[in-house]
Design a protein around this ligand. Structure first.
Ligand code: C2E
Ligand code: MG
Ligand code: MG
Length: 699
């Protein structure tokens, strides 16, 4: 039997929509597989696939050539619709985050499976009661399609009602509450569900023949397919956006990371205070001049600049002033640099300058002179006017050392030499310095044990009254009985003891031992003799000196009148205010103060007047040539007359001949000291000496 079917636009619409659903299914699957996370995407994909089947089954049904084929097609149509419905529910459950989604999907899954089996088993879906027949729908545009007619069964009504309820439920879950969260998504879902609700209602009318049209309920699903595409596109755009944001955040993060790394690197190679390269920075930078010198067979110079007495400024004016001074010094240093030259800061008051110009030695000297010159101008910091000098050591690469480390040691040795030679000067590294330093280190180490093992002894040299020849005082001169090297003179170890900061212990021992021996002589009946003790620079600058001296005096039952302390001019110059105050306090104890080696230092009269000095000791060097050198004779004469004017005693040191003695006596020098009268001798020998001199009571 031929029904005279004529497919037209309605069938084409079914096919087109099936193709559209297939495309959407493909997109959903690809997107889901690519890892872009969209809530419920797999369910949407399943719904799209079911929609493809459903639309094709509808088309097949309408163009079925006979009742049997139409019945078969209807079977598939119902099966696909059930699938669509289940996939839609799955999507809604996941999309709207239903709380018990697992249980819900499992139970509804079982129900739908039963429903699907039934619809396949009972063609056409158990929809009609009894007989049903096919009718041809003729549309105004000439299309002729098949439909089935019959009395609708109860199960069909129940099924329809269930679908109805589920659509309403979906509408309630998705469309209304989610309108705020996702306006467009919810609009598309609502529209799809509305079409489904309407068409489910109309489906009944169509199937009973009240309405003569094809079943278009499925197009609600096509709306939902549209939703699937919309969600996917939106998510792709959003994730693209997120990627962009992430990329830009990452870029920012990287930038700031790079900044911090730069900063950390800068800090690890640069000094915070002056921003000059640090020790690490120097070692980093010095490779260049080394490589260049190697390549061009040339030299470069390293200047090691050490500020003199910076610690005094730091200790007395505080670290803030010290820091500002260092910053100013570094700024002045930088003004002297040219071309590839660079400066670095090694430690608190030590700077390094690398000079690349040729000839290296001459350029280094030129720069060192410039450094001394640039420091000559005073620094004004927090109302303090500060004068700074520097000791500079120069070492040349590769002549003095062949690596950065050894070059630094060589330059440092040269600086120590400059310091030893009175500071504020420049010295080149010499091989012998290395030896000298080794020797100094050796002596320094031995000095530490010398005190504990009582290797020191005091010798005494008498001072004689120029008029009556009586001994007025005894100068204590330290000697070191070294277990291997024998007797060592103070000139060899006192400077090292100073350098190694051991001098205050040694000095305290000298003060105590002098007092102890003098107390012994007192007990033996010697009364009118003082002991003269030499002080070192460091001792004079320590505030403990006063207690050390007064403790020793009281420990041995002596008074200040029994002591004379010898200082030199240069000791006072370093911190005049403090020293003058310290000397005043010593003087207040009744202790006499003598200016040793007078004439060799600054000989500043203005200071001399401010110092509470009682005695001037004319240096040996002027006494030695007094007979032959008119200059020296004049200096002695002037010193003595000046001392007389100021009311000071004079002592001439190092008198070895009668002629020297008589010349000085003529100039009215008060006291004499020298080999002519006595060499420095150990304490027991002094007792004998005094006995022979008739100064020991009872002799
Ligand atoms: P100074 O205080 O100027 O001591 C005088 C130095 O001249 C002594 O050398 C003494 O032996 C030496 N002398 C004395 N008369 C003559 C002479 O007629 N001809 C010659 N050529 N020399 C003479 P000494 O004992 O070697 O001491 C050297 C320096 O060591 C002292 O110079 C003093 O500055 C320092 N010194 C000695 N003992 C001590 C001490 O206990 N503490 C400190 N801080 N320094 C000391
Ligand atoms: Mg002396
Ligand atoms: Mg002297």
């Amino acid at each position: 039997m031929t029904l005279g079917i004529v497919p037209g636009p309605l069938i084409a619409a079914y096919h087109l929509s099936a193709g559209f659903a297939a495309f959407a299914a493909l997109v959903c699957i690809v997107v889901a597989l690519s890892g872009i996370r969209i809530r419920g995407i797999w369910w949407l994909a399943a719904m799209c696939v079911a929609s493809v089947g459903s639309q094709l089954a509808h088309a097949n049904f309408h163009v079925a050539p006979d009742l049997q084929t139409a019945t078969d097609a209807q079977r598939w149509q119902n099966a696909w619709s059930t699938g669509q419905m289940y996939a839609l529910i799955g999507f809604l459950v996941i999309y709207t985050r239903l709380r018990h989604w697992r249980a819900f999907l499992t139970i509804s899954g079982v129900l739908f499976a039963i429903m699907m089996t039934l619809t396949i088993q009972m063609p056409p879906g158990g929809r009609f009661v009894g007989e049903y027949h096919s009718v041809i729908l003729t549309f105004p545009w000439g299309e002729r399609l098949q439909m089935l007619r019959g009395e609708l069964s109860n199960s069909s009504l129940i099924g329809r009602a269930t679908f109805f309820a589920l659509f309403f439920w979906g509408f309630y879950r998705a469309a209304i509450p989610y309108a705020k969260e996702d306006r467009t998504g919810s609009l598309v879902i609502s529209l799809g569900l509305l079409v489904l609700i309407l068409s489910t209602a109309l489906g009944g009318l169509i199937e009973t023949g009240t309405l003569r049209f094809v079943y278009f309920g499925n197009y609600g699903y096509i709306f939902l397919v549209l939703l699937a595409l919309y969600l996917v596109v939106r998510e792709i755009l959003a994730s693209n956006n997120r990627l962009k944001l992430m990329a830009s955040a990452l870029r920012n993060e990287l930038d700031s990371h790079r900044e911090t790394r730069k900063e950390v690197q800068h800090l690890s190679f640069n000094d915070k205070l002056t921003d000059l390269p640090s020790r690490a920075g120097l070692f980093n930078l010095i490779h260049k001049p080394i490589a260049r010198a190697k390549q061009q067979h040339s030299q470069f110079a390293m200047l090691h600049i050490d500020l003199d007495r910076f610690d005094v400024i730091n200790d007395t004016l505080g670290p803030s002033v010290g820091d500002q001074l260092l910053r100013s010094v570094s700024q002045r240093l930088q003004t002297l640099l040219e071309g590839d030259d660079f400066a670095a800061r090694m430690s608190a008051d030590e700077f390094i300058v690398i000079v690349n110009d040729q000839p290296a030695a001459a350029e280094a000297v030129r720069l060192a002179d410039a450094v001394h010159e640039v420091l000559r101008e005073s620094f004004i910091i927090e109302q303090h006017t500060l004068h700074v000098t520097a000791s500079i050591g120069i070492a040349l690469y590769p002549d003095d050392a062949d690596s950065a480390e050894t070059l630094l040691v060589a330059a440092d040795l040269a600086t120590r030499e400059a310091k030893r030679q009175g500071r504020n000067c420049t010295r080149f590294f010499r091989r012998e310095l290395d030896e000298a330093i080794r020797e100094r280190l050796h002596v320094g180490n031995a000095l530490r044990t010398a005190l504990t093992e009582q290797q020191f002894e005091l010798y005494f040299q008498p001072q004689i009254n120029a008029q009556d020849g009586r001994v007025t005082s005894l100068e204590a001169l330290i000697r070191w009985h070294h277990p291997d090297s024998g007797l060592i003179e103070p000139g060899r170890f006192i400077p090292i003891a100073e350098e190694m900061h051991l001098i205050s212990d040694v000095g305290a021992w000298v003060i105590d031992e002098s007092c102890r021996l003098l107390a012994g002589w007192r007990d033996a009946g010697i009364h009118d003799i003082r002991v003269a003790i030499n002080l070192s620079t460091q001792q004079l600058h320590q505030s403990e000196l006063l207690t050390t001296v007064s403790d020793a005096l009281s420990r041995h039952g002596l008074t200040g009148k029994d002591l004379e302390l010898e200082i030199t001019e240069s000791m006072v110059m370093e911190d005049p205010d403090f020293c003058i105050e310290q000397l005043r306090q010593l003087s207040a104890l009744g202790i006499r103060l003598a200016m040793d080696d007078f004439g060799t230092g600054y000989s500043s009269l203005s200071y001399l007047r401010r110092l509470p000095i009682d005695t001037l000791k004319i240096d040996r060097s002027f006494v030695r040539d007094i007979e032959i050198n008119d200059n020296d004779a004049a200096i002695c004469a002037t010193t003595i007359s000046m001392a007389n004017t100021l009311g000071l005693d004079t002592v001439a040191e190092g008198i070895e001949t009668e002629v020297q003695a008589s010349r000085l006596r003529e100039l009215q020098c008060d006291r004499f000291q020298g080999y002519l009268y006595a060499r420095p001798m150990p304490a027991p020998a002094i007792t004998d000496f005094l006995r022979h001199h008739g100064q020991l009571a009872g002799v």
